[in-house]
Design a protein around this ligand. Structure first.
Ligand SMILES: [Zn+2]
Length: 87
């Protein structure tokens, strides 16, 4: 069976989709969209602390989605990503 690979927007390496969080932009917000419930542009980040931290510190999502998300958006997504990691 062919594995679907996606690139992590933080470390830029390819991984299996299941090893990545799917993140989607909804208007001025960012949502974690593991089940692909939301349409629109999406990106992926590894399910590890380093990549999530890099994503937050460098505000990588601003570049990916060409949008200036505020710190609250990053704070919220950071908390959610770090929380889901332990599920
Ligand atoms: Zn990564």
């Amino acid at each position: 069976m062919k594995e679907v690979l996606r690139t992590c927007c933080a470390c830029r390496t390819k991984h299996k989709k299941n090893d990545l969080h799917r993140i989607s932009k909804q208007n001025e917000k960012i949502v974690i969209d593991e089940k692909k419930q939301f349409g629109g542009k999406a990106t992926y980040v590894c399910k590890n602390f380093d990549c999530i931290t890099m994503l937050l510190n460098k505000k990588i999502l601003n570049k990916v989605f060409k949008y200036n998300f505020n710190s609250e958006v990053y704070k919220k997504i950071g908390e959610e990503l770090i929380e889901t990691k332990h599920n």
